[in-house]
Write a protein that binds this ligand. Structure first.
Ligand code: PLP
Length: 407
């Protein structure tokens, strides 16, 4: 199906931050499979872990547990700093992590005063942000803002509403609509947000806003779901973006969803629910997936997290990110208006809407970047990139012609 348009190239193999197409052309990869390939291509420890597990048992179903799966769940809870009794649900993608979070929030919503199981109760609501992206499946899409990708599939899941991202008053007003009578709405079960809106063009929500949202959630007993599918697993210079004071204001979420980077290229995602009480709402039969959390994927993820830890790649993301943004800011290309982001999730704002032309020019000159918005290029290289890789990327970016035609 032609859902991604014409492929840019046919790729063959990679090593570290470099990939070669079938014609033998080499590219420095500053997209990393859309923020997925944390260790770059063919990292020897990842290859070894996946090969060894494939030779033992790739899949056993969730009627059985495996050691890699248990270890991975414990590791994720620890890295997220989640309290005793927290649990992990595994899925195969970011969308599935968010589907699980939305379903858990629905169960939670039914426990709130005034919610639907009561006589005269109303369905609990979920609040999402304008410009937010949470995936393409029907539930995750219901919480995804962009009208062009959502509206033609409506009606979607009801009782999911959008508020203006970054506007505390709008969020306050949305909560205040809860009430009795004909026009009163059901209680708010959850607020879902990305701390940096990735698909919207790498836009941080703002720490003050996130802090205010946490406070409103607490006052109204609503869950705060932080979608870390793109920001998580070291990409922003912290294991999770919510652990960065300058992105979150120091708040603790109730649910964190993860995917992209976690498997180092193996399709894997899921959610961490914070605390025993919330985690106990899913019981046998509530949710599930045949493939999710299988030992092959869990081994890939354990190897990925292990290398990130051993090689201090979270710190590398922070340092290389600074180098990258500084390099872009001072490279003198008049096409570049500004650069934003944290760690290795960054975007360049362009002077005019020519991001596709700029992306294609970079590709022709051996650098993969992403046209995330009409006037923005996204940079999300593997966490293993070196100072030399960054210098090379900046030197190519500096030469992008500033008079490219608009797309
Ligand atoms: C990519 C992304 C998703 C969807 O992940 P898939 O693996 O494509 O389903 C959800 N949320 C955010 C923030 C993302 O960046």
């Amino acid at each position: 199906m032609n859902v991604f348009g014409t492929p840019l190239r046919v790729m063959d193999h990679g090593e570290g931050a470099h990939i070669w197409d079938v014609d033998g052309n080499e590219y420095l990869d500053f997209l990393a499979g859309i923020a997925v390939n944390a260790l770059g291509y063919a990292h020897p420890k990842w290859v070894k872990a996946v090969s060894e597990q494939a030779a033992k048992a790739a899949h056993v179903s969730n009627y059985f547990a495996t050691e890699p799966q248990i270890k991975l769940a414990a590791k994720l809870v620890k890295l997220a700093g989640a309290p005793e009794g927290s649990r992990v649900y595994f899925g195969n993608s970011g969308a599935e992590g968010n589907e699980a979070a939305l379903k858990l929030a629905k169960l939670y919503g039914r426990t709130l005063p005034g919610a639907s199981p009561e006589i005269g109760g109303k369905p609990a609501r979920i609040i999402s942000m304008t410009h937010g992206f949470h995936g393409r499946t029907m539930g995750a899409l219901s919480a995804t803002w962009k009208p062009a990708i959502r509206e033609k599939f409506e009606p979607l899941v009801p009782n999911i509403e959008f508020v203006e991202a970054g506007n505390v008053e709008a969020l306050h007003d949305a909560f205040a609509e809860t009430g009795q009578g004909k026009y009163g709405k059901g209680p708010v079960a959850a607020v879902i947000m990305e701390l940096i809106q990735g698909e919207a063009g790498v836009m941080p929500l703002g720490a003050d806003y996130v802090k205010a949202a946490r406070k409103l959630c607490d006052e109204h007993k609503a869950l705060l779901i932080i979608d870390e599918v793109q920001t998580g697993i070291g990409r922003t210079g912290a294991w999770f973006a919510f652990q960065r004071e300058d992105l979150s204001g120091g708040v603790t979420p109730d649910i964190v969803t993860f995917a992209k980077g976690v498997g180092g290229g193996f399709p894997m995602g899921g959610m961490i629910s914070f605390g025993a009480e919330l985690s106990a709402l899913f019981t046998p039969g509530s949710h599930g997936s045949t493939f999710a959390g299988n030992p092959l994927g869990a081994s890939a993820a354990l190897a990925t997290l292990g290398v990130i830890e051993e090689d201090s790649l979270v710190d590398n993301a922070e340092e290389r990110g600074k180098q990258l943004r500084d390099g872009i800011a001072s490279c003198g290309n008049p096409l570049f208006v500004s650069v934003r982001g944290r760690g290795l999730l960054d975007a360049i704002e362009l002077a005019h809407p020519c991001s596709h032309a700029a992306m294609n020019w970079a590709l022709e000159h051996g650098l993969i970047v992403n046209a995330v918005a009409p006037n923005a290029l996204r940079l999300a290289p593997p966490l293993v990139i070196t100072a030399q890789d960054v210098d090379q990327a900046v030197s190519i970016l500096a030469k992008i012609p500033s008079d490219l035609p608009n797309d």
